[in-house]
Structures are given as structure tokens and as C-alpha cells.
Design a protein around this ligand. Structure first.
Ligand code: NAD
Length: 329
């Protein structure tokens, strides 16, 4: 198939080209998809998209008129696709149903330990030959209560790792994992988890009922000094309320790999520009906040699986084969 790959960075090109092994004709563009860039795909059979490419109903119409009949989304989440509009135009949409949940769970642990032991601050100090320890005091994780919100694929692995550290683990989910129950993880209502946890890690998807799950009301229920980790989706947290809770000293530390206004900022080098997002600038200014730009998935293993699955989805589309990754089936 002739495929236009949108929003490409060097690493996308490397992994996708290797996975395709010449099977499809891949053309790469750094352009992000929107109504203005959709016509770039005229004459292509398929497009390959990432999380911030916006495939709206208007874009689907442009794709259909230009001959595009397949979308291969190179992520699990597909909230950027108007799948109803795609179906109306006969455009088949595929996603990557599964890739390493270890990548994200391990990254959440990395954020937690970096904040807890002030490793981010130590790193910048020692680069200036400042070897003082004042201000770097941490705590043993062993014995601290960890609350896991969402024990699906990623949350389950995170809970297992924290159990290995010797932490009592509480969890909230609509489904209970037998393997976590066997480890002694206690499922409790959200309010109890908020009140009892020293550390809270978010692993639920962003849905209408999880939007701003952490807000002024729920943050007020958390323990003073609580550490909050979010590697899931920015919209789970009302960021303005979070900033207020950090400023008041109630929240002790925050690790964020996602941010509700990340679109147009994350995955870009904005170091030469003035940052107009005051909330983001304020977050980054706190010494007890560690913000990364949606990189939790970014491991060799995850990128290899994402690329191989994306190419396999294109193979299936070209051959007209059934696929579990075809949306709406
Ligand atoms: P999953 O579907 O396996 O697990 C989600 C869990 O949340 C499920 O157990 C579900 O029952 C639970 N849940 C849903 N709604 C809930 C609610 N209202 N209350 C309590 N529990 C609820 O998903 P996963 O693979 O573990 O991924 C979790 C999230 O991680 C994804 O939705 C995605 O947003 C995020 N993610 C982030 C990155 C990154 O790079 N930062 C990469 C992959 C995934």
C-alpha cells in the first residue's frame, strides 16, 4: 500500500521502515494532521497517525475524496479518530491493540523514585559540582501505602512492582484482579484510597466519568504530603486545582507524563519560544514536580511492537483479512 505517515519523528521512521521491510511504500511527513494538511494524503491508499493527529469528520471527507481507504493508528488510544465518519466514508480504521504495559508501569515507578529521592535535583546539583545533601532528604518507599487507581494491564504491573518494594497496596477499579487479590492488594472505594494513600498513581483511561477525577474536592481528601503520579491521560486531573494544592503545600510531590493541554506542545521543541501556557510554566517551576512529555511508552520493546503491529494492520487491510485491531468489529 502507498502510505502517508503523519507527525513523523526520526524514531518513527526508523522503527516503521524496519518493520515494513519493503512491504509497503511509506512516505513520511512531519506535518500533523488537521483539515489543512489532510489533502497531503491525496493519492495515497492509507495514512498512519499518532495521538495528536486530528482525524475529524471534515478530514475523513477529504481523505475519502483523495482515495484514502485505510487509517493505521500507531497507538492504542484512538480518541483522535472520528470512527463514525470514517465508517460512513468506507475508511477502515486500525489501532495497536496491545503493546508493552511494562514500559508505562516502569516509567511511573521511575517518576516516583526520582521525586521521592530528589534524583532530579541531585543530577543538576552534581553537574555544578555542588555535592551538598541538604534538601535531598527522601523517604523509604518500604512501608508507605500506595493507592493504584485503575488496575488494568498497566496498573496491575505497577501494583505488583510496588508490592515488591514492601508497600501496602490499595486499589480502586470496577474489576478486581485475582492476581492482585492473591498478593494482598485491598480493593477499596475511591474515597478510602484517597484518604489512606501516601502515594497515588493513576492508571484509568480518560472517559467522561474519569475526567477531572482528581479535582479540588478529591484532592482535599488526600493525605497531606501525598505524592501523585499520572502516566495515563492529562484530563484525569484538574490541573488548576493541582497547582493550588501544590502551592498550599498539601500535595508533596507530583510526577506527570501527561498534561491536559499537551496537544501542540508535547513532542515538539519549544525551547526557542516564549511559553504562553502559564499553568504548564508554573508546574515546571515547582521543585517537587517532575514533568515529562508523554514518553512513558517510549522503549525499544514498545516501539518495536507498535511498528510491527501497525505494519501487520496494513498487511491485513491490503489482503482484506479480519483483524482484532480493526475498530468497530
Ligand atoms: P486497561 O484498559 O488495561 O486498564 C484500565 C483499567 O481502568 C481497567 O481495569 C478498567 O476497569 C479501569 N477503569 C475504567 N474506568 C474506571 C473507573 N471509572 N473507575 C475505576 N476503574 C476504571 O488500560 P491500560 O493498558 O492499563 O492503560 C491505562 C491508561 O494508560 C490508558 O487508558 C492510557 O490513557 C494510558 N497510557 C499512557 C501511555 C503513556 O505513554 N503515558 C501509554 C499507554 C497508555
Amino acid at each position: 500500500m502507498r502510505v502517508l505517515v503523519y507527525d513523523t519523528h526520526s524514531y518513527d521512521r526508523d522503527f516503521l521502515t524496519a518493520a515494513a521491510a519493503g512491504r509497503h511504500e511509506l512516505t513520511y511527513t512531519s506535518a500533523q494532521l488537521d483539515a489543512n494538511t489532510a489533502a497531503l494524503a491525496n493519492g495515497f491508499d492509507a495514512v498512519c497517525l499518532f495521538v495528536n493527529d486530528r482525524a475529524t469528520a471534515e478530514v475523513m471527507a477529504i481523505f475519502a475524496a483523495g482515495g484514502v481507504r485505510c487509517i493505521a493508528q500507531r497507538s492504542t488510544g484512538f480518541n483522535n479518530l472520528d470512527v463514525t465518519a470514517a465508517a460512513a466514508h468506507g475508511i477502515a480504521c486500525y489501532r495497536v491493540g496491545y503493546y508493552s504495559p511494562h514500559a508505562v508501569a516502569e516509567f511511573a515507578v521511575g517518576l516516583l523514585q526520582t521525586l521521592n529521592r530528589r534524583i532530579h535535583r541531585a543530577w543538576s546539583r552534581t553537574r555544578e559540582f555542588n555535592f551538598r545533601l541538604a534538601g535531598l532528604l527522601g523517604r523509604d518507599l518500604h512501608g508507605q501505602t500506595v493507592g493504584v487507581i485503575g488496575t488494568g494491564k498497566i496498573g496491575t504491573i505497577f501494583a505488583r512492582i510496588m508490592h515488591g518494594f514492601g508497600c501496602p497496596v490499595l486499589a480502586t477499579d470496577v474489576v478486581q484482579q485475582p492476581e492482585l487479590l492473591a498478593l494482598g492488594v485491598r480493593y477499596v472505594p475511591l474515597d478510602e484510597l484517597l484518604r489512606a494513600s501516601d502515594i497515588i498513581s493513576m492508571h484509568v483511561p480518560l472517559l467522561p466519568d474519569t475526567h477531572h477525577l482528581l479535582n479540588a474536592t478529591t484532592l482535599a481528601k488526600t493525605r497531606p504530603g501525598v505524592t501523585i503520579i499520572n502516566t495515563s491521560r492529562g484530563g484525569l486531573i484538574d490541573t488548576a486545582s493541582l497547582v493550588a494544592a501544590i502551592e498550599s503545600g498539601h500535595v508533596g510531590a507530583v510526577g506527570l507524563d501527561v498534561y491536559e493541554e499537551e496537544d501542540g506542545k508535547f513532542f515538539r521543541d519549544l525551547s526557542d519560544t516564549v511559553m504562553h501556557d502559564d499553568v504548564l510554566a508554573r508546574l515546571i517551576s515547582f521543585p517537587n514536580v517532575l514533568l515529562t512529555s508523554h514518553q512513558a511508552f517510549f522503549t525499544q520493546e514498545a516501539m518495536t511492537t507498535i511498528a510491527e503491529t501497525t505494519i501487520a494492520n496494513l498487511d491485513d487491510a491490503a489482503a482484506g483479512r479480519a483483524s482484532a485491531n480493526l475498530l468497530g468489529t
